[in-house]
Design a protein around this ligand. Sequence first.
Ligand SMILES: Cc1cc2nc3c(=O)[nH]c(=O)nc-3n(C[C@H](O)[C@H](O)[C@H](O)COP(=O)(O)OP(=O)(O)OC[C@H]3O[C@@H](n4cnc5c(N)ncnc54)[C@H](O)[C@@H]3O)c2cc1C
Length: 390
Amino acid sequence: MQSGLVRPLPNMLPRTLFNAEHEAFRETVRKFYEKEVVPNIAKYETQQHVDRDLWNKAGAMGLLCATMPEEYGGYGVDRLYSMILIEEQAYAMDSSTGFSLHSDIVANYVNNFGNEDQKKKWLPKMASGEVITAIAMTEPGTGSDLQGVRTTAVLEGDDYVINGSKIFITNGYLCDMAIVVCKTGSNEKGSANLSLIMVEADRVGFSKGKPLNKIGMKGQDTCELFFDNVRVPKENLLGMEGMGFIMLMKELAWERMLVAIICQAGSEAAFAHTVQYTKDRKAFGKPIGTFQNSRFKLAELRTEIDFSRAYLDRCMELQLDEQLGVDAAAAAKYKISDMFSTVVDECLQLHGGYGYMLEYPIARAYIDNRANRIYAGTNEIMKELISRSL
Ligand SMILES: Cc1cc2nc3c(=O)[nH]c(=O)nc-3n(C[C@H](O)[C@H](O)[C@H](O)COP(=O)(O)OP(=O)(O)OC[C@H]3O[C@@H](n4cnc5c(N)ncnc54)[C@H](O)[C@@H]3O)c2cc1C
């Protein structure tokens, strides 16, 4: 397998988001991916999950939950650090590590809605990598329509008793704790039925399926979770009963941004690989990059990618000021994930037959990218959200 490590080409409009401390952090993350992840991607893809000790190494280097407050094991830094982590993962063309879901989604739920005991119990161990986490919303019978969740949590004495199952859960196979979206109310109340309950993986009745056999992202341990009369103390409830839907809504704009960031950086990585390839590969006695079609295709892609970069970085500025609207974030997620699909398709074409071979990073990017248009809300749901703002 060829190394996916690549540096993006400079954008036509220079980026302005980062200071020297951010860039120093970027260097640390880059080295981590170069040394610890890239050499092992083939192994992760074969076993369908990363090694557990990779999480401990990431934690020891301060790469997990960095935005969490210092008293809970983080560094209290801004979300540009999350952006850098995701970008460097994409520039390494890695789709195995599920750090972002753990640090930028699950940790936010615990920090935003957990009580002091819950934060102290979970966040420091999440930051060190001792505890790996997942968020379990989707079920075999419902994905886009969260209100259709059928997993139930019934209060019996001081315990919730949970029954049901979840599917397509990122970090599911390795997780030590999952935040599970459960129905706690009666059928009539719709979204007011939903609650978030933290379930430890060693609870009796909690079992995991094998990592699912996906078309791409093969090193990512996406799996099914099953709950058979799982008893958890009522202290495991996050926030208030019946407030699950509202809590899930709070960070949705940010969660969509995470996907947009992956796709933007993934497009830049695929583009950089392809520019290099078209310089190296010769046909008819000259580099394929010298043909007018290749040059025009690359110019078009450069333009698409840079227009999108400007929009995304502006969204990020608004996100840092907590001013990013749901519609703007939905637009970033849908448009940039669509662009990523176009970019990898055009880039694969410029690789010719080698682009179809899995040992080439562009081939893996081609299949890995596809899920981005589906998770964190499908692109059709994003268009629903945008249209509601009209
Ligand atoms: C690799 C991967 C990782 C994932 N990780 C997680 C995770 O960690 N946790 C988790 O909970 N889930 C996860 N998911 C699940 C993901 O969030 C869902 O697959 C997604 O929300 C879509 O739900 P669904 O698959 O049930 O599709 P459905 O909701 O059945 O949708 C099927 C099709 O119908 C369309 N559709 C549905 N409703 C509408 C509508 N109102 N208007 C127009 N079109 C509509 C959809 O856009 C889609 O094209 C993951 C999925 C994948 C593939």
